[in-house]
Design a protein around this ligand. Sequence first.
Ligand code: BES
Ligand code: MN
Ligand code: ZN
Length: 495
Amino acid sequence: MNINLLSANPLKHPAPALVIGCFEDHRDELFVACDAALDGCLGRLATDREFSGKADSCRLIHTLGKLPAERLLLVGLGKKDELNEERLRQAAGNAVQALRSARVASFATALHLAGARESALEAVCEGTLLGSYHFDQYKTKDRDERFSFERMTLLLPKGITVKEGRARADRTMALCQGVSLARDLVSHPGNVATTGYLAETARELAARHALVCRVMEMDELKQLGMNALVAVGKGSAEPPRLIVLEYKGAGDKERPVVLIGKGITFDSGGISIKPGAGMEEMKTDMSGGAAVLGAMEVAAALKLPVNLVVIIPTAENMPDGMAYKPGDVITSLSGQTIEITNTDAEGRLVLCDALHYAQTTYKPTAMIDLATLTGACVVALGHEASGLMGNNPRLIDRLKRAGERCGERVWELPLWDAYGEVMKSDIADLKNAGSRDGGSITAGWFLKQFVGKTHWAHLDIAGTAWGDKNRPCSPKGATGVGVRLLIEFLGAYRT
Ligand code: BES
Ligand code: MN
Ligand code: ZN
């Protein structure tokens, strides 16, 4: 979708549709003017309780020539003093989904006029772009009837110049492009989004933004001693890889922030195979990898003043004659030995080598991993928040605040030593799976054993990377969770 900017009066601007925000408990100037132009139709909708301005509600009406805009889309904003950026994003997301249902491809919006001058424009752009996402690359039927958006025109108030508005809209478009990249990668099926495909995507990103890209293949992984990553990947015809991208936005001297994303392109469970029902969802097990690629795309596009390294340990977890087995003992890159008690606890294995590699190679100021790591996290937090763990209160706090600001919520879980008891093995240093109890935390505790003193945080996105229902800013399917959180975090980052 293109975004246009225009200093214009919403009441005088012709468009297929005009979007305006409506409060539950307040009628602003624009609402009153529209109501007057429509002979009191809006007031009537309110008294008849057909549309009351509640958050998460919309109402599309035809103007029948009484306004230059052919249609008016009323978008509920709730109570005036409760309006915040997230509410506005969601209103914009709801609006664009209503316009999709009505097949209105171009529209003008005045929604941002209801919010704060400093932030409303971004919120409306963001909600619109996120809410209009659609993935239909594999549909071959009814091509001509397919709908796609053409243009949103932001009607600017007096206080904002087109130039300023353009810069702010462009930044938001770059952000949402990163989210869309992550969503696309997750949406693609496992036979397309293979480890090689992720590597190719990283190479393209590198070419586009002049980044350094390195992809380590099987031979090199073995040579380096990344045996945990190799073990997980060796049962698949699609070889495991370690993908590395480097971006320098803060010069040569500054130590980087490293982002690590779990890149299991399909998780069958391996020899400890998963039940068949719902297994198809395990194509999303590379959502962490997708998120860090999306974040890298945005950071480079916005030229953020940080040094950033992205690392994706990627593999396909499959059962096979070559596959790793329960009972196997592996020597990880760190030298610590791991007894495999469940081949379905593969995420922590690919991550433990990546974490060790990251901290020894880059001496990062902070290291954040994102992973669809445990079903237990879905049980604990559902789909509303990602699980957050780590070893540094300040880093944890920054991530919490970034989550609040951008609307991608996180919730901290403890990582006390006592949780580690169940991860001790009789034969090796660690085992890769303990009991089911506290499953997200024991997984986090396992990762912690490979981190040392580096400031580190772990985000379990198993419940937030994929949605079974439409949400205002995230239609059913891949959410791209993590991209906005990381960019919000990095945007506020000073060592
Ligand atoms: N990829 C799964 C976790 C997952 C579950 C992600 C549901 C998204 C939705 C992970 O590799 C896994 O299989 N974890 C096991 C760990 C267990 C064997 C210790 C789990 O959660 O059951
Ligand atoms: Mn698994
Ligand atoms: Zn997995």
